[in-house]
Design a protein around this ligand. Structure first.
Ligand SMILES: O=C1O[C@H](COP(=O)(O)O)[C@@H](O)[C@H](O)[C@H]1O
Length: 241
């Protein structure tokens, strides 16, 4: 598992931003476009702001970049909990990304319908080819969830590469998420994790006994190779002992 561990969060973010630039350039050179699924939650906002900053904005082929979401909260796109809204404010609006390059989950539909519609959106984008994102960004919750693959939820048993709605008792809400089989089809997968509160989860997922019900992020095993982990020393600290 390639691990990129740095002392400061700033260094982690720069390393992942450089990785993003590299993946985007390679994808555009090889296939003429770059498809990326963004993560939500608390960690990626700083990455998106960095990518939109003067240091990076000229280095990414934004006109050829197409944005999807790895998971979404069941809230309107104007809600502070919305992953789409966070990405819009931090990345998409500052870069003036065209609307037809952004594929958000339609959360105005009931969750199961929103998931089905998003599956169709992804299928239509990839056409006759396998739905293989160039890059999927992921985070890790302190309970070892990633995307909206939460411990002990039905979606952990999904065998189809699609999008599903899942009721998560722990947050008392529906989430809409790419399934692990769909994530594992990606060309590259990158986790962004920082903070000491994630250290135990990092250790459980990377070094713990296999127990995907308890540690859902263990389901992530891209067919194309191993996922890259971008972490600060605080998050990686328990890997040493
Ligand atoms: O992959 C993801 O992980 C997070 C957990 O990240 P956190 O930074 O909020 O702890 C998850 O909730 C998020 O929606 C997802 O895209």
């Amino acid at each position: 598992m390639p691990q990129h561990v740095f002392a400061s969060v700033e260094e982690v973010l720069h390393s992942l931003a450089d990785f993003f630039v590299e993946q985007a350039s390679q994808a555009v050179a090889a296939r003429g476009r770059f498809s990326v699924a963004l993560s939500g939650g608390s960690s990626p906002k700083k990455l998106y702001e960095l990518l939109a900053s003067p240091t990076y904005r000229e280095r990414v082929p934004w006109a050829e970049t197409f944005f999807f979401f790895g998971d979404e909260r069941n809230v309107p796109p104007t809600d502070a909990q919305s992953n789409y809204l966070m990405a819009k404010n931090a990345l998409l609006a500052p870069l003036n990304i065209a609307d037809d390059h952004v594929f958000a989950v339609n959360t105005l539909l009931p969750p199961a319908e929103a998931a089905q519609a998003y599956t169709q959106t992804i299928k239509a984008f990839f056409g006759n080819e396998t739905a293989q994102f160039d890059l999927i960004l992921l985070g890790l919750g302190d309970n070892s969830h990633t995307a909206s693959l939460f411990p002990h939820t039905d979606v952990l048993h999904a065998t189809t590469a699609d999008v599903q709605a899942v009721f998560v008792a722990e947050v008392d809400a529906y989430r809409i998420t790419l399934t692990a089989p769909l994530i594992n089809q990606a060309r590259t997968v990158a986790f962004l994790v920082f903070g000491a509160d994630k250290a135990a989860a990092v250790r459980r997922v990377l070094l713990g006994e296999r127990n995907v019900e308890e540690y859902p992020a263990q389901l992530i095993a891209p067919a194309s190779g191993e996922a890259d982990w971008f972490m600060d020393e605080a998050a990686a600290t328990d890997l040493e002992r």
